[in-house]
Design a protein around this ligand. Sequence first.
Ligand SMILES: [Zn+2]
Length: 188
Amino acid sequence: MHRLQAIDSANDIPAGYHGTPIEKLLEYHNLETPFQIYSSAQLLIGMCMDNRKHLHIPDNFAYIIRTGGANLRYSEFKVSYAVAVGGVKAIALIGHNECGMVNLMARKEQFIRGLVDQASWSREQAEDHFMHFAPMFEIGNEVDFTLSEAKRLRLRYPRIVVAPLIYKINNNRLYLIDEPGSGTTVAG
Ligand SMILES: [Zn+2]
C-alpha cells in the first residue's frame, strides 16, 4: 500500500513539482495561497464525478475532466486536446477515498434495480448494461489505480508532468501519493 503525503506547508511539496502547476494546485487548494490571475489554462485535472468534492482554484487555471474514479482511459481525446490545443504542461490525477468505482460488483443489484425503478429500463437491459460496463469502470483500489493511471499517462505524454493525488472527502484536502525513488518524494 502506498503512503499518502500530507501537504500542510510549502515545504511539504516535493522538489520535483517546484515551479509546476502541480505546486500551484497544492498551494491554492491546501495552503490557501492567494489566487493569481490566469488568462489561459495551466493544468489538466482529472477527477472523479463524485459530488462530495470541490476544488479551491482560480478561474481559468485548469481544464477539468470528471469521470467515474478519475479514470481517463476513455477520455484520451479530451486529454490530448487539453495538451495540444489547451497548451497545458501538467496533469493532476485526483482519486478519492470512498469512491463508488471501487468494488462495483457489490452495488450490482442496487444499480440494476435503480435503472428499472428510476429510468424504466427492463431488468434484462439493466443487467446487460451493468455487466458490459462494470469491468471497464471498476478501479479496484483508489490509490493503486490513480498511481497506475498516472504512470500510463506519463508514458503516453512523456513531456507532461503527471501527479497522482488523493482527495480525502472527510477533510477536503489533497494528498500526494508517495512514489519512492521518483524524485517527487519529500526528503526526510
Ligand atoms: Zn469516485
